[in-house]
Write a protein that binds this ligand. Structure first.
Ligand SMILES: Cc1cc2nc3c(=O)[nH]c(=O)nc-3n(C[C@H](O)[C@H](O)[C@H](O)COP(=O)(O)O)c2cc1C
Length: 348
């Protein structure tokens, strides 16, 4: 201030700097006398830099630091593949595998010596739901939109999902958390608009093991042929679809993958009503620019990519007419204990 007062008679424009200096000084004084945050009392104004860094951290990490394979809940590699398929863009990868195929826990599908041509794969991609006692049995698509409640998604996100489901001939579970007494439920790691950290991280058995357990129980009680098992949990590619079907799922559903198809950019703010892409918000200023028609087609394209990729995987397995349901012999995992639990191959 003293310097400013001394300089002003010689060069009056220097007073413009007060536009910045005065508000910053006011904030600094406020910080000095407030009693809630000791870091700001100790370092007035500069202590706030920590909050700024914390606010920027997710973006810096996601855009500059994170590798293609280490982001959570969904890494960039899988987000990108859904974006590419939603937009009909090139979805091949150059120069080889993106994952370490020698890490513990690596999962793969073993191909057959009697592979068939992908063009010859003749698969009925529908599964009948509803037994003899069912009033309205139907043929369900093997991949559908998983439950996402209206409260979690914006109207302009729900509409294209619903329209896409109609155009593509698959189901759209509207969500709301309901579960009938006839459902079996087991499994954690699910997505949600908002959940306590404890629930999101630690409640429920991980999908892979839960699926194997549920299928085992159904077989054990002689109910397998009467009950359809639907799995959802990061089913984002053809491999995920085949893997979960091989572990026993009759059908698979996807929630977050479909959010990516809608334009979700993984900002991880679904619980704040501030979703920048307008997918997980009820704020019309954010969702009104989400184009329902355009996005519905992306939903259809992602859905169709599952059919295409499934056939591409089935062909090298040499099984051209059957869905991979329960085909656990085709799966392998580089983890002895998991292989035992899942009753799949373990190869050292
Ligand atoms: C935004 C959002 C809202 C959800 N709402 C519901 C719901 O209302 N009812 C429900 O049973 N599951 C709900 N889920 C869970 C999903 O249906 C799904 O089972 C879970 O996200 C795992 O699948 P994913 O990995 O494909 O997202 C929701 C998930 C998300 C991401």
């Amino acid at each position: 201030m003293v310097l400013l007062a001394a300089a002003a008679p010689f060069w009056p424009p220097v007073l413009w700097s007060l536009v910045l200096i005065l508000p910053l000084s006011a904030v600094g004084f406020y910080d000095l006398f407030q009693e809630r945050h000791s870091i700001c009392r100790n370092f007035p104004l500069f202590g706030r830099g920590r909050w700024l860094m914390e606010a920027l951290r997710p973006y810096v990490r996601e855009y500059f630091v994170e590798s293609d394979t280490d982001g959570t809940p969904v890494n960039r590699m899988f987000r990108s593949i859904v974006y590419q398929r939603a937009k009909g863009a090139r979805d091949t990868v150059p120069f080889g595998a993106r994952v370490d195929t020698y890490r513990t826990g690596y999962e793969w599908i073993g191909h057959s010596l009697a592979a068939v041509d992908a063009a010859e794969v003749e698969l009925d991609l529908r599964v009948s739901v509803g037994g003899p006692q069912c009033g309205r049995p139907y043929q369900a698509s093997i991949f559908n939109i998983s439950a996402m409640s209206f409260g979690a998604l914006s109207p302009n996100a729900v509409l294209p999902l619903n329209k896409g489901a109609r155009l593509g001939g698959f189901a759209h579970n509207t969500g709301e958390g309901g579960i009938s007494p006839y459902h079996l439920e087991h499994g954690g790691e699910g997505g949600t608009g908002a959940a306590p950290l404890e629930y999101a991280n630690s409640i429920g058995m991980p999908l892979r093991e839960a699926l194997a357990l549920v299928v085992d129980c159904l077989i054990g009680f002689g109910l397998r042929h009467q009950v359809r098992v639907i799995a959802s949990g990061k089913i984002l590619t053809g491999f995920h679809l085949v893997k979960h079907m091989a572990l026993g799922a009759d059908l698979c559903n996807g929630a977050r993958g479909m959010m990516f198809a809608l334009g979700c950019v993984h900002s991880l703010v679904c619980n704040t009503n501030r979703c920048p892409s307008g997918v997980a918000t009820q704020d019309p200023r954010l969702y009104r620019r989400l184009d329902v028609e355009d996005v519905a087609q992306r939903v259809v394209d992602v859905f169709l990519s599952f059919d295409t990729e499934l056939k591409k995987i089935i062909a090298p397995l040499g099984r051209s007419t059957s869905l991979p349901i329960g085909m656990a012999d085709a799966l392998g995992i580089d983890d002895y204990n998991a292989a035992q639990r899942l009753k799949i191959k373990y190869v050292v």
